[in-house]
Design a protein around this ligand. Structure first.
Ligand SMILES: Nc1nc2c(ncn2[C@@H]2O[C@H](COP(=O)(O)OP(=O)(O)OP(=O)(O)O)[C@@H](O)[C@H]2O)c(=O)[nH]1
Ligand SMILES: [Mg+2]
Length: 290
């Protein structure tokens, strides 16, 4: 597909996700609880409504805390807590806190553990299914929990292809492939998910997405944008300036704007430009449309 044909109305729900979603539904009877991983930069849009529907005790882990805006993260934690949802927020790579996870799971399963004890069953294993959209850190979490490289991890969405059980303390955890859903409720959801790296790059339109990314940064985090690319003025042609600063050239020596767009999106996705949230409780970010 060439760039012209691509649309900003993003949707990615290939056959392997349909299958993976079916397998998640099938396994729900076998597990005691869910661990749903969401991205701290978009804790609302990165919740898959198909998974929200599953009726099981649930711990929400907001991952990539290190990529997110600290003040807004606090607001999201309050948002979930006000809804009586158990939520914790971690940097799964550099600040993993195993104890916090285990105690949160035990607390969620408290009634069941006490019921078992009354029946004389001690130290029963808690089975938890780890679910979420692509690239939020499910396999990273599984590896940290089991203290080994049990699952393949990569910064591309759609890496885990099949389910896998691992053991960690009194928990048995099931890693599952990342799943999206058939149609995003709004264009804004698709854009936010694309910006945080949960949508396969090949189906995205870098032109439109990079322009939206700049508009967002200009409005909410202008100083980071100026600082990262050593720009003097926010109103200048940002992509030309990024290409100049980074010496991004075509084979014929001309400035390569496409490379600048790609670089901006990559650095945004990987939290390099700044720690940001692309959504905030109760606030509509008009820059992404509706
Ligand atoms: N900085 C940072 N990186 C993280 C964190 N959690 C995950 N990552 C990175 O995010 C990328 C995706 O992690 P995975 O564990 O493969 O994600 P996944 O949810 O299993 O992805 P799929 O299997 O594709 O659905 C990897 O590059 C991880 O190193 C985090 O809390 N902080
Ligand atoms: Mg995975």
């Amino acid at each position: 597909m060439d760039n012209q044909q691509k649309s900003i109305n993003i949707n990615w729900f290939p056959g392997h996700m349909v299958k993976a979603l079916r397998e998640i539904y099938d396994k729900q009877k076998m597990v005691d609880m869910l661990i749903e991983i969401v991205d701290s930069r978009a804790p609302f849009s990165s919740r898959n409504p198909e998974l929200v529907n599953i009726n099981k005790p649930r711990l929400i882990i907001m991952s990539k805390k290190d990529y997110a805006d600290k003040e807004i993260v606090k607001e999201w934690i309050n948002y979930f807590s006000d809804k009586d949802v158990k939520v914790i927020c971690q940097d799964l790579v550099h600040g993993f806190n195993l104890k916090e996870i285990i105690s949160s799971c035990n607390e969620l399963m408290k009634e069941k553990i006490e019921r078992d004890l009354r029946k004389g069953i001690k130290n029963r294993t808690i089975r938890a299914m780890v679910v979420g959209i692509p690239n939020v850190g499910k396999s990273t979490f599984i590896n940290k929990m089991s203290k080994r490289k049990a699952a393949k991890v990569s910064n591309m969405p759609g890496v885990t292809k099949s389910q896998q059980w691992v053991k960690a303390d009194n928990l048995e955890l099931l890693d599952t492939p990342g799943v999206l859903w058939p149609k995003f409720e709004s264009q804004a959801i698709g854009i936010k998910l694309a910006l945080i790296g949960t949508i396969k790059e090949e189906i995205l339109n870098n032109d439109e997405l990079s322009i939206l990314c700049v508009s967002f940064l200009k409005e909410y985090y202008p100083s980071y944008l100026l600082k990262r690319y050593d720009l003097k003025n926010i109103d200048d042609d940002i992509f030309t300036n990024i290409a100049k600063r980074r010496n991004l050239l075509k084979n014929n020596g001309e400035i390569d704007i496409d490379k600048a767009k790609y670089l901006l999106l990559k650095e945004f996705k990987e939290g390099i430009i700044a720690s940001v949230c692309v959504e905030r409780p109760g606030v509509e970010y008009g820059v992404f449309g509706v």
